[in-house]
Design a protein around this ligand. Structure first.
Ligand code: B12
Ligand code: SF4
Ligand code: SF4
Length: 215
């Protein structure tokens, strides 16, 4: 592994991060608002608490909502520190928010962490449309830092869900099928959940709870 990759991994491990990968930014990937060129991305994640996810039976719970916000905050803080670490080396870097929608019509963020995480070898895209990490399954949240640091990209994981159907069976919107994910159905359900007192966010978590990535 190159020196810069091991330096970044060791820096991130100081923030409790052990899920990290490196990738090039695929050509044609539009990045909202960001005008400078960044050829590479460092993608990292924190696993979600199993005990919290186990409270999410068929809808989001208040403790899951709090955990979701905490992990987003942690990701953004860690990304902030990583940007400082890189810019102190006289290189460019910018943190992509863990969870910020910038195009409401099309439900898009600045750039899709899922795509970058997959390209960075952190997991494959499962039937639930999420990145499935070999150890933690879908139960991981991600953030990305774009940079002009030079590094070798990591390689994709070639794996699939196989015969597993767990997320198909539990999705409260029947949005997941063997033929793909119907994000419109998912979004409608998340809008409904956001009206539950104290939730106020487009969250669910049911297809995360059941997915440990081992079928
Ligand atoms: C808006 C949003 C939503 C919208 C859906 C938007 C959508 N169309 O994807 C709604 C509100 C419905 C939603 C729901 C959920 N979300 Co959400 N969401 C986001 C957000 C903020 C932006 C996603 C986005 O820009 N999508 C736009 C499309 C283009 O990208 P995509 O589907 O993510 O990526 C695909 C394309 O890029 C395509 N592709 C492949 N090759 C190429 C090549 C090129 C050149 C291009 C252009 C594209 C392309 O494949 C990619 C992978 O499928 C991200 C954070 C982020 N910035 O990434 C979180 C994020 C995707 N959400 C996440 C989660 C966990 C959820 C929920 C479980 C809710 C919850 N937290 O309880 C559900 C799960 C729904 C599901 N089964 O997928 C996680 C996923 C983590 C993981 N393990 O995969 C993310 C990454 C947040 C995070 N920080 O971790 N979400
Ligand atoms: S987030 Fe909920 S509604 Fe959307 S696909 Fe997953 S289980 Fe279904
Ligand atoms: S629950 Fe099973 S089918 Fe669904 S994404 Fe995870 S591994 Fe794939």
């Amino acid at each position: 592994m190159s020196k810069i990759k091991s330096e970044i991994k060791s820096f991130l491990s100081g923030y409790g991060v052990d899920i990290v990968g490196f990738t090039d930014i695929p050509r044609g990937l539009g990045i909202a608002e960001i005008t400078e060129e960044f050829p590479g991305a460092i993608v990292f994640g924190y696993p979600l608490s199993g005990a919290v996810l186990n409270t999410v039976i068929d809808r989001p719970t208040l403790i899951y909502k709090h955990h979701y916000k905490t992990v987003n905050w942690l990701l953004d803080q860690t990304a902030f520190h990583l940007v400082r670490f890189i810019t102190e080396k006289k290189k460019k870097a910018i943190a992509i928010p863990a969870s910020q929608t910038v195009d409401w019509e099309n439900q898009r963020g600045h750039l899709p962490h899922k795509l970058l995480a997959r390209e960075a070898g952190l997991g494959f895209i499962g039937k639930n449309g999420l990145v499935i990490h070999p150890q933690y399954g879908a139960r991981v949240r991600y953030a990305s830092v774009l940079t002009d640091l030079e590094f070798e990209p990591d390689t994709r994981i070639e794996q699939s869900c196989g015969d597993c159907k767990k997320c198909i069976e539990v999705c409260p919107a029947q949005a997941i099928t063997e033929n793909g994910l119907d994000l419109k159905r998912c979004l409608e359900k998340l809008k409904e959940f956001s009206k539950i007192r104290g939730i106020g966010q487009y969250i669910c978590g049911v297809c995360l709870r059941v997915c440990n990535g081992r079928g």
